[in-house]
Design a protein around this ligand. Sequence first.
Ligand SMILES: Cc1cc2nc3c(=O)[nH]c(=O)nc-3n(C[C@H](O)[C@H](O)[C@H](O)COP(=O)(O)OP(=O)(O)OC[C@H]3O[C@@H](n4cnc5c(N)ncnc54)[C@H](O)[C@@H]3O)c2cc1C
Length: 316
Amino acid sequence: MILVVAEHRDGKLNRATLETIAAAQHAGGPVKIAVLGAGVDAVAAEVARADAAEVITVDDAALKDYTADGFVMALEQLIAAEKPERVFLPHTYQARDFAPALAARINRPLVTDCVAVKDGAVKDGGYVRPMFQGKLQADIAIDGPHMATFQIGAYRADAMKAGTAPIRKAAIAIDASKIRQKPEAPFKEAKQAVDLSQAERIVSVGRGIKAQEHLQLAQQLAQAMGAEIAASRPICDAGWLPMDRQIGSSGQTVAPKLYVALGISGAIQHLVGMKGARTIVAINKDPEAPIFEIADYGIAGDLFEVVPAMIAELNK
Ligand SMILES: Cc1cc2nc3c(=O)[nH]c(=O)nc-3n(C[C@H](O)[C@H](O)[C@H](O)COP(=O)(O)OP(=O)(O)OC[C@H]3O[C@@H](n4cnc5c(N)ncnc54)[C@H](O)[C@@H]3O)c2cc1C
């Protein structure tokens, strides 16, 4: 049996949960879904629309605000009672906070950041996860009970098989005095001023652009193409473009007709935000860059030579 741990905030289900349920269904065997918190009926009802054996809630005032200690305490007991062979979680900030502590507490291996799970029994199956900034896709074979987290976008939420799962409340007691953390205001994603998900064409800039003053080259290309400008995370982290222009797992997910990647290596966290583009054009001076694996058209070359030539052609 696979136990999927749902994630929600203020009664709103994180869609990554549905993706993780899809991963569990793909892996095969019975799937149960755990919903932790205080007053979780609505979230439980929402995930109960999945094809699953059961939704189990742990409803306790001590779990109202997320804390690593509270979640570890609750899941340790739930896992001891339900004995799932595997525990699946979405690879979110929250899961990354408590999953390693939970794995250590219950003495189980934890495979993080998976992009695929092979179907079949645990001993025949396994996981795929990127390593070395996506330069390598590693096959992880694992035997015995374990836990795994799934990268956002690895499975599609709409691929989740629907059904009607019964909901049961677990009899689990949380000792609030053992929770050491004091919850603060939760991490908030940046407010999105531009909605790149509606853009038909996007020119996206990566670290290959080298300096902020070179951004105007990408902007000229975007203008010539009638495209929106976007970027990989390091560009937004450096403040060269606003955060709402970032594409990827911690930025926007886009599906334009045309996505032009300039000097972007193709890390998994970037790819999950743009792999739905209909046509991907990559310009990168490293012919081995992972971006070329998903590009429809690739130019292995220096963007400072290629882009001016493209702008000149487009302006003709
Ligand atoms: C939790 C987490 C969340 C993340 N979320 C995101 C996210 O949402 N979005 C995101 O993008 N990243 C995200 N990242 C970061 C991600 O892992 C990569 O570090 C990042 O995408 C790399 O950006 P890049 O491709 O621009 O830079 P690099 O990996 O440094 O690649 C630069 C590329 O430019 C090429 N290049 C250099 N000079 C030239 C030239 N003159 N002409 C042509 N090509 C050239 C190089 O060959 C190289 O391939 C996240 C990471 C973590 C851990």
